[in-house]
Design a protein around this ligand. Structure first.
Ligand code: SF4
Length: 395
């Protein structure tokens, strides 16, 4: 390996790129397809997992034995809306992971939409080995959900969470989005209060992303009135919503451990921490990303093309790139700093044999980062402008 890379465990990510409808703000590569396409997709993904060594060899991907032999302790089934699948499909995917890798599952997450969750599914998910549900709640205000093109309403979330609890799922995460059309200071506060009532173990808060990749983003950039772009809060308002959430969630007993993530003690996402700690993960399915320490790569996004390629014995890999020493160092800084605990600069300097300290001088004097011994972290009051720190660091 071109630099010192520790392999303690391995994460497996499974991508299910199907949704019931397309939310107006969504810039992911997901599609609304007939349910008849689910089974062939699951078959292809299981074939990719079971035969991954052969597929990687054919695609020029080289994964060190230390990675393939590592214990898989986290599985994340994301999307898309994987809760649309038949629970039997999910059970089979987890079984194939167990048959293919050395496993000691500590966290198996399923992303789910509240309206696709039923009592029967919750029981079947648990029986399949799923222990954590990440709900795409986004807002507790029906007007905002409607404007964003979501299928569920606040009542669906209140109906679904007890079903999970009754089925024995004791780790539930909620996503909220700051910046939805029609969102106000009052409605944001209302969403936070409703969220806390349901007592999730984990919360993720994302700011609305504005780019050409979503219908709402394109309307904000180019004009129009179909997706309520004119009712999207300003950037300053979004930053204020984020800061309100930081204070509110802290008072409610959540530990803020990553820029966008909060958890009750002990419920930090083990799988997502691998991304910020630069630990190895293998992604399966259309559009899934992987990181072996030596290389990063992604599978092609188009689900139909992915299924056809796998059935023809080929893995459609895109964006295969070697991780250089320089890019590894940059990742250490901007991924590591996303964790509120920060990074150990002295350890990074030892590991890479370069001086990193000078890169922080201007940021320290501007009060954007703080220092404690050899640790540097984002200043808690400046989290909403973290991007400025990352831009400055990469200069
Ligand atoms: S459910 Fe999620 S992935 Fe699907 S369209 Fe909506 S935001 Fe995108």
């Amino acid at each position: 390996m071109c630099y010192d890379f520790d392999v303690n465990s391995l994460g497996v990510y499974v991508q299910v790129p199907f949704c019931q409808t397309k939310c107006t703000y969504c810039n992911f590569h997901t599609g609304v397809v007939s349910a008849a396409r689910f089974a062939p997709y699951v078959d292809a993904m299981c074939a990719e997992m079971a035969g991954y060594r052969r597929f990687y060899a054919g695609a020029g991907v080289g994964v060190p034995e230390a990675v393939t032999g590592a214990v898989v302790d986290t599985v994340y089934i994301g999307g898309g809306t994987p809760s649309l699948l038949d629970p039997e499909h999910l059970r089979r995917m987890i079984e194939v992971i167990g048959d293919t890798f050395v496993t000691d599952f500590r966290e198996v997450t399923l992303e789910a939409d509240p309206e696709t969750s039923t009592a029967e599914k919750a029981v079947a998910w648990r029986a399949a080995g799923i222990r954590r549900i990440s709900f795409g709640v986004q807002s507790f205000c029906d007007e905002e959900l409607k404007a964003a093109g979501r299928m569920h309403r606040r009542a669906d979330v209140f109906r679904a969470v007890p079903l999970l609890r009754e089925a024995g799922i004791s780790n539930v995460s909620f996503d909220l989005i700051a910046g939805l059309p029609g969102q106000t200071r009052e409605s944001w506060q209302e969403s936070l209060e409703q969220l806390v009532k349901l007592q999730p173990e984990h919360v993720s808060i994302y700011l609305l992303e504005v780019d050409e990749g979503s219908r709402l983003g394109a309307e904000i950039l180019r004009g129009g009135s179909r997706y309520s772009a004119a009712r999207v809060p300003t950037e300053d308002e979004m930053a204020e919503f984020y800061e309100t959430a930081c204070e509110f969630l802290e008072r409610a007993g959540f530990h803020h451990y990553e820029i966008s993530n909060w958890a009750r003690p002990g419920f930090e996402s083990r799988h997502n921490l691998k991304y910020w700690r630069r630990e190895a993960y293998l992604g399966f399915g259309a559009g899934a990303h992987s990181f072996s320490g030596e290389q990063r790569w992604a599978n092609a996004h188009d689900a139909a093309a992915y299924v056809a390629a796998i059935n023809a014995g080929k893995l459609p890999v895109e964006q295969l790139e070697a991780v250089t020493r320089e890019s590894a160092l940059e990742e250490e800084l901007f991924l590591g700093l996303r964790k509120l605990g920060g990074i150990d600069v002295a350890q990074i300097e030892r590991r890479y044999g370069v001086a990193v300290e000078p890169r922080f001088e201007r940021l320290l004097s501007a009060g954007l980062v703080e220092r404690e011994g050899s640790w540097v972290r984002l200043a808690p009051s400046k989290l909403s402008v973290a991007n400025e720190v990352f831009v400055e660091l990469m200069k």
